[in-house]
Design a binder for this molecule. Structure first.
Ligand code: NAD
Length: 352
């Protein structure tokens, strides 16, 4: 397995393999680009079928983090870590201590955070061994209270701001009163988003594979519950994917009717060419890594110690960034994904 000739190798600065025999740790850290600052990105734990699958994931995800942070105007580079192992059965304190040592060995060039398969508890274990970890401590909440390091409230707020920008651009509306939104997945981000939308006067339809999450949205927010496969065909203004990736695919596109797709899920398009299909259908797609940047902004402010007011203002910058993406895409007759990537590269080259 070669790194330099790998199809997903994109001039990554550093790719490091870590192994600890005592705990069984097998991990890879990739630093894609650190020209804007230290590389920050989550630590994913996944039962990869083989090392090559893990390498592919870490190369792609670290590159994505470079683009996400640059577009969000953060003084951060792009990096990612993957642990090869089952997140349900393979976790131990020793494993995450060893991972903390591995992160520490890079001397701060890579800062880790929670991702699929890891959470605040694992970040706290790693923080015993390295200070280059984000999302491990208590934070001030938007409402003045206290919360743990989970960035999902910030992600939800960024998606809310992004939906406002998309509605203004596509529907010419400056408020969300009566706007119909279908939310797929009312977990940490989706439910937070639902609360903000409800407070802004939107009407909500929700689905989830966890009945308790659906029930919470129905009981607390008056949302209408729909079946998992019925969420796509609804006559709504906005489809907000907040569950899984690859959710815009040829099958779902047959049913999808919403003129706007704007949600938190990562890698929403099953394949990049679908951005052009959406453009031709006049469906406004808010590029996922632009609209879901609230979480990385949150993590960055935790590191730099900015105030909640500064954090909120930075997240609100997602709105103007998306408006610029939408406008440039319309002016040039190209996809919003293409413009987002171009703007990220511009910010990388010119600096923030
Ligand atoms: P979560 O696990 O708390 O919520 C996801 C919800 O989706 C869960 O309630 C789950 O039951 C539901 N779900 C799973 N499969 C489903 C399906 N097929 N149909 C309907 N519902 C389904 O996760 P989260 O933290 O809310 O993240 C949601 C999405 O946003 C993920 O794709 C994540 O990668 C992305 N994201 C999250 C953050 C963050 O700060 N948490 C930041 C950026 C991106």
């Amino acid at each position: 397995m070669s790194v330099f000739t790998h199809i997903d190798f994109d001039h990554h600065e550093q790719v490091v393999y870590g192994h600890d025999q005592a705990s069984g740790l097998k991990a890879i850290i990739a630093i894609h680009d650190s020209s804007l600052g230290p590389a920050l990105g989550g630590c994913r734990m996944w039962n990869y079928a083989n090392d090559d699958e893990a390498l592919r994931d870490v190369l792609r995800l670290s590159r994505g983090m470079t683009y996400k942070s640059a577009l969000a105007r953060l003084p951060l580079g792009g990096g990612k870590a993957v642990i090869i192992g089952d997140p349900h059965t393979g976790k131990s304190e020793a494993l995450f201590q060893a991972m903390g040592d591995f992160v520490d060995s890079l001397g701060g060039r890579y800062i880790t955070a929670a991702d699929s398969g890891t959470g605040v508890a694992e970040m706290q274990i790693m923080a015993e061994r390295t200070r280059h970890v984000a999302g491990a401590g208590q934070r001030e909440a938007f409402d003045g209270g206290s919360r743990d390091g989970d960035p999902s409230p910030s992600t939800a707020y960024g998606v809310f701001v992004g939906i406002q920008a998309a509605v203004a651009h596509r529907l010419g509306r400056s408020d969300l009163q009566g706007i119909r939104v279908a939310i797929q997945g009312v977990g940490q981000v989706g439910f937070g988003l639902a609360k903000l939308l409800k407070a802004a006067g939107a009407q909500l339809w929700v689905t989830d594979i966890q009945p308790a999450n659906v029930q919470r949205a129905v009981e607390q927010l008056g949302a209408t519950a729909v079946g998992q496969n019925d969420i796509y065909g609804l006559d709504v203004d906005v489809f907000a994917p907040c569950a899984l990736g690859a959710i815009v695919n040829p099958q779902t596109l047959e049913a999808l009717r919403a003129p706007i797709i704007a949600g938190a899920a990562n890698n929403q398009l099953a394949d990049a060419s679908l951005a052009e299909t959406l453009r031709r259908r006049e469906c406004l797609y808010a590029p996922d890594y632009a609209i879901n940047a609230g979480g990385i902004i949150d993590v960055c402010y935790e590191r730099t110690g900015g105030s909640v007011a500064q954090l909120k203002a930075h997240i609100e910058g997602i709105g103007p960034t998306l408006t610029e993406i939408f406008q440039r895409a319309a002016d040039e007759g190209v996809t919003t994904s293409e413009i987002a990537d171009r703007m990220a590269r511009e910010r990388l080259q010119r600096g923030l």
